[in-house]
Design a protein around this ligand. Structure first.
Ligand code: CA
Length: 438
């Protein structure tokens, strides 16, 4: 995992003035990568966010401003329509590009005049999916979430015995992943209602607040990624909303796990925060309680213990149709932290590849719902409302057990640490649209 270097210096300022504001998610210390389409109609190309602007990296490459940064892979990296080419490189390439961008975007940089023509306003671009996601796996790494979920169905024995032994996961549906702001049509499915099994629009639509991790360079099939090398295979993170139909899920999940209750849509934020940008916010992995014993050897190493966790705060806001009509702002319904996850991102990568499963650049891993104990610190409505039995009271008088049509779910996240510049993850939002006619 990368250490600190000059790109993390909290005193750095950018000649892009909006990057110097105290509340921006994208100061010069962040430099997240994404895929944009200028005006929403031009070709997709890779870009980096800086304040409320984006720098078109394909245009910079064509102008000769990124020469030599990816050697003979430069064309594959900078002319690509997705970030897969960049993700497939080794961390030294990612690092060299970050340093070049940091130096070029700094206040007083001699490259300002050559870079500024390739800067676009964030409002003038459409953000696209960052990578061509070949495979999507969703994990289940919060012990608070697993315990709460278990309590609802097995009050005496909430935590399954495998939870502390391995990061539980399932293979998701990559084709259903969308970028922030794409509308989510309420899915239809099969579920139990009034003692009968029916098929219709889900009546228990939920969100799940998660963190997504993009794989960098992959591994050959049948060759596992050891935990000591897992950080080298981890490109960066985004916010992830694993939309879920709870009524469909509870009918379909046994014995093979979730299927159509999850595979209709997953929303991710469009900017990928690199592992190097996250270096100041690394924290120790959550210590295991005595009763959990040690992890098996392949899931244990000193670097992971010391730096495997991430000091990331996460929030969910709800913006209902009613709030929008009355010009009311979205209301915070969850504020929680990623530092208490039981399993770390490198442990997910290592476990996933431990049977020889090949991971490929741009593959996406979901962390599982991020929950902590305490009021409004859970990452899904099912937990917050205890399966709908204790609805949320919103400030405008509305209540919610599950999501209604017109509800917009807005997820944000940010990292802070002493001596580091705050960085944010941008926004992961999606609005629920009425079910389509049969
Ligand atoms: Ca999930």
């Amino acid at each position: 995992m990368s250490g600190l270097n000059e790109t993390h210096d909290p005193a750095l300022r950018s000649w892009v003035e909006s990057a110097n504001g105290a509340t921006t998610d994208f100061p010069i210390q962040n430099l997240p990568f994404g895929v944009i389409s200028p005006n929403g109609v031009e070709d997709d190309r890779i870009a980096v966010a800086i304040g409320d602007s984006v720098l078109d990296l394909r245009a910079c490459f064509r102008a000769g401003l990124l020469d030599g940064l990816a050697g003979d892979k430069s064309h594959a990296v900078f002319e690509a329509r997705t970030l897969n080419g960049l993700m497939a490189q080794q961390p030294d390439v990612w690092s060299a590009l970050r340093l070049c961008l940091s130096r070029g975007l700094r206040e007083g940089a001699t490259q300002q005049a050559r870079l500024s023509p390739h800067l676009l306003a964030m409002n003038d671009i459409a953000l696209k999916l960052p990578s061509r996601i070949g495979d999507f796996t969703d994990f289940y790494c919060s012990i608070e979430h697993a315990t709460n979920g278990g309590k609802m169905s097995r009050p005496d024995n909430p935590l399954m015995p495998n939870f502390t032994s391995l990061p539980v996961g399932y293979n998701g549906r990559a084709s259903s992943i969308v970028v922030s702001e794409v509308g989510i049509v309420r899915p239809r499915g099969q579920f139990s209602k009034d003692g009968k099994i029916v098929f219709g629009p889900t009546e228990m639509l939920d969100f799940e607040l998660e963190v997504g991790a993009f794989i960098g360079a992959g591994n050959p099939q049948f060759r596992a990624i050891p935990l000591s090398e897992a950080p080298e295979h981890f490109f960066g993170i985004c916010l992830l909303n694993d939309w879920s139909s709870r009524d469909v899920q509870s009918w379909e999940y046994q014995p093979l796990g979730p299927f159509l209750s999850k595979g209709f849509a997953t929303t991710i934020s469009g900017w990928v925060i690199t592992q190097e940008a996250l270096a100041p916010f690394r924290v120790p992995a959550r210590p295991r309680d005595k009763e959990h014993g040690e992890a098996l050897e392949y899931l244990r190493d000193a670097n992971n213990d010391a730096r495997g966790g991430l000091g990331l705060r996460l929030e969910v806001r709800l913006h209902s149709e009613n709030m929008r009509q009355n010009a009311q702002p979205p209301e915070v319904i969850t504020a929680t932290g990623f530092d208490s996850m039981f399993w770390t991102i490198p442990q997910m990568i290592t476990h996933h590849s431990s049977n020889g499963c090949p991971m490929r650049p741009g593959d996406l891993l979901g962390s599982g719902t991020v929950s902590q104990y305490g009021e409004k610190a859970q990452g899904c409505l099912s937990e917050i409302t205890w399966r709908g039995t204790n609805p949320i009271q919103l400030e405008n008088g509305e209540t919610r057990a599950y999501l209604l049509d017109g509800d917009e779910v807005v997820m944000t996240g940010y990292c802070t640490a002493p001596g580091a510049r705050r960085i944010g993850l941008g926004v992961c939002s999606g609005r629920v649209l009425a079910s389509l006619p049969k």
